[in-house]
Design a protein around this ligand. Structure first.
Ligand code: TYM
Length: 339
């Protein structure tokens, strides 16, 4: 049987990159028979943010992330939707996994190297960097392995973390002569990487300071139109698919293609044939993004009046996740010799 697990950080609300790269798949994957589906709001991972998120903001973001996930179609009858920190077995397993994970593996993680800043690849990272940021991928591996997940729907930026999760699963199995953990594999959409609207060489990200760089799934129609109008392109008025030389235009085409389920390379000679000028291209892109976001946002707004319901969904999800995770933790304790 398939066991599906994925997670999203509650830093702000989910954006269009999260949706097109991962969350859309979360919804589709729920509908297959005979499987366990577990989706986590990973608040422990959000503690690695720098500077730290104020407590009231974190509390709101957890609730609002749950609201968005329900609004876009996560169905608590088909999936377990829960808050990571409320299931202690994640951090219990993380400790066991840190004891079989080499520092060298973590040093190679792109996310760590990027956040470790401008120091050359072979220089020591600044001593003030936090342990939590370094160990982040081990907690992510624990999230996956504590449900013995086989499939993990994520965007491309998470593939390296998933490879590490497989390496950790392998070294655990070898060390303790067990086959407890299956090798989890990534499940991807065609929109692997949606880029920032203000810098098309960087991925669209919740943590980016400029809100104009991303489209939140809670943005109004007029905000979406304004953000797309302001997207960075270039001075060539023609519409062509050249991701290397025209990253801004390519990102707009990727957005259009992902929203309409088309191949972006086909658009200049296909659906967007005859469109000339960035103003006109952006109008087309804004229309299809608005069509994609509107139903999610409207349901999100409706759920604003259902605070008790959203809380109850998470409470029930937490209890169900605890039962699943505790069962694995028992097996881990036996495999290791703690029981
Ligand atoms: P997070 O919260 O950054 O993003 C959630 C999901 O959205 C995808 N994504 C994107 N896809 C395409 N284009 C983008 N610009 C874009 N930005 C984000 C991410 O790939 C992800 O699938 N470390 C994870 C959270 C995590 C996790 C896990 C995921 C913790 N434990 C266990 C899977 C399994 C993260 O920070 O995702």
């Amino acid at each position: 049987v398939r066991r599906i697990l994925s997670g999203i950080q509650p830093t702000g609300v989910p954006h269009l990159g999260n949706f097109l790269g991962a969350l859309r798949q979360w919804v589709q994957l729920q509908d297959q028979p005979a499987q366990t589906v577990v989706y986590s709001i990973v608040d422990l991972h959000a503690l690695t943010a720098h500077p730290p998120v104020p407590p009231a903001t974190l509390r709101d973001s957890i609730h609002n992330s749950a609201r968005v996930l329900l609004a876009l179609g996560i169905n608590p009858k088909k999936s377990i939707l829960f808050q990571q920190s409320q299931v202690p077995a994640h951090t219990q397993l993380q400790w066991v996994l840190t004891c079989v994970t080499s520092v060298g593996w973590l040093n190679r993680m792109t996310q760590w190297k990027t956040k470790a800043g401008s120091s050359p690849a072979d220089a020591a990272p600044p001593a003030a960097l936090k342990m939590g940021l370094f160990a982040y991928p081990v907690l992510q591996a624990a999230d996956i392995l504590i449900y013995r997940a086989t499939h993990v729907p994520v965007g491309e930026d998470q593939h390296q973390h998933l490879e590490l999760a497989r390496d950790i699963a392998k070294v655990f199995n070898t060390t303790y002569k067990t086959n407890l953990f299956p090798m989890p594999q990534a499940v991807s959409t065609s929109a692997k990487r949606i880029m920032s609207l203000t810098d098309p060489t960087a991925k669209m990200s919740k943590s980016h300071a400029n809100p104009k760089s991303r489209i939140d799934l809670t943005d109004s129609d007029s905000t979406i139109a304004k953000k797309v109008r302001g997207a960075v392109t270039d001075s060539d008025p023609t519409v062509t698919w050249d991701p290397d030389t025209r990253p801004g235009v390519a990102n707009l085409l990727s957005l259009y293609a992902a929203c309409r389920d088309l191949d972006p390379a086909s658009l200049p000679e296909g659906e967007l044939k005859g469109v000339v000028g960035m103003v006109n291209l952006k109008k087309k892109v804004a229309e299809c993004v608005v069509d994609t976001v509107r139903p999610v946002r409207d349901e999100y707004l409706r759920l604003g009046g259902e605070v008790g319901y959203v809380k109850a969904v998470l409470e029930e999800g937490n209890a169900r996740a605890r039962a699943e995770a505790d069962a694995t933790w028992e097996m881990v304790m036996k495999a290791v010799g703690m029981k």
